[in-house]
Write a protein that binds this ligand. Sequence first.
Ligand code: NAX
Length: 346
Amino acid sequence: MPHFVVDSTRRQSIINGVMKTPVTVTVTGAAGNISYSLLFRIAAGEMLGADQPIVLKLLEITPCLDKLKGVVMELEDCAFPLVQEIVATDDPAVAFKDANWCMLVGSVPRKAGMERKDLLGINGKVFVGQGKAIAENAAPDCKVFVVGNPCNTNCLIALHNATGMPKENFFAMTQLDEYRAKSQLAAKAGVPVAAVTNMVIWGNHSSTQYPDFTNAKINGKPVTDVISDIEWLKGDFIKTVQQRGAAIIQARGASSAASAANAALMTIKNLVTPTPEGDWFSVSSITDGTKYGLPAGIICSQPTRTNADGTHTIVEGLPIDEFSRAKIDATCQELLAERADIKDLL
Ligand code: NAX
């Protein structure tokens, strides 16, 4: 299998006089649209820190290797001091070798006339192979983060096929949905977006996801104390967040790329940085069947905190009213249906 390596260790391996061990970040779909925003920000140190040297390993399918070569040339031309080495390849075993973080962005897009089940089947096989390759090649404590859609179920497939790896090291992206929800609430309330906290997306990264306004806060107050238009919260707000991806495709003629890259980068940052006291962030992870009535064994978005020791905890005890219960149950039903569709791949 062809691959090429750009070794820039001589450029600058000592940052601020202290050499940290480089972290290997593998990104799949590396010549795609999201990666074109993502890779440069990772390389600039926005994800793992301005003093963290990085080895970038980039995976593409063979027909896209020339395009990937162009991306690598641009990465080189940025002369990012943190980047120790860039490996570009179409071989998963090479790409996942010694990876500390695997960001699985690449997947086959849905085409006209394709049923959800067809898409799950096509991408499912990719995530079987990548799960196996990660287990065989990556660092033993490697963490896996899936962006490629349908990301929750793709993540479940990778997890089941990565024999021997801890289940709690697998995540799928719902941070973009959380940011979309925060931004809608801030606009409605006429406040800066940073005033909105405690927003959880429950369930699937799909049009059934539930952006939970009942537990969110604006300037520390319940959203419903600040926004009195309950019909909007229960109706247009939820629908806008659920349909935001489709609205962007319609407006831009292409799916979200820079905002998706931002959310991917911020998820990893949230997963490696202690979460501010009293808050949480949204990421999908494996359910154990003991919290909020979520069925066991699905990759479901839940309120998550990163602890000082780097472990992660699902926030427990949030009140779930009747309205929220129905929405959470509906999105979990969809995840169960997706799991049933690909049961042969688990
Ligand atoms: P692009 O089609 O621009 O890029 C995808 C890249 O993946 C292509 O270059 C393709 O050659 C590559 N690829 C396909 N199969 C591969 C494989 N087996 N190994 C390695 N690379 C492979 O899509 P882009 O806009 O970058 O989006 C990537 C994925 O993110 C899509 O599945 C998209 O649906 C998903 N998204 C997920 C979001 C989320 O919140 N979870 C939001 C944004 C985005 O829609």
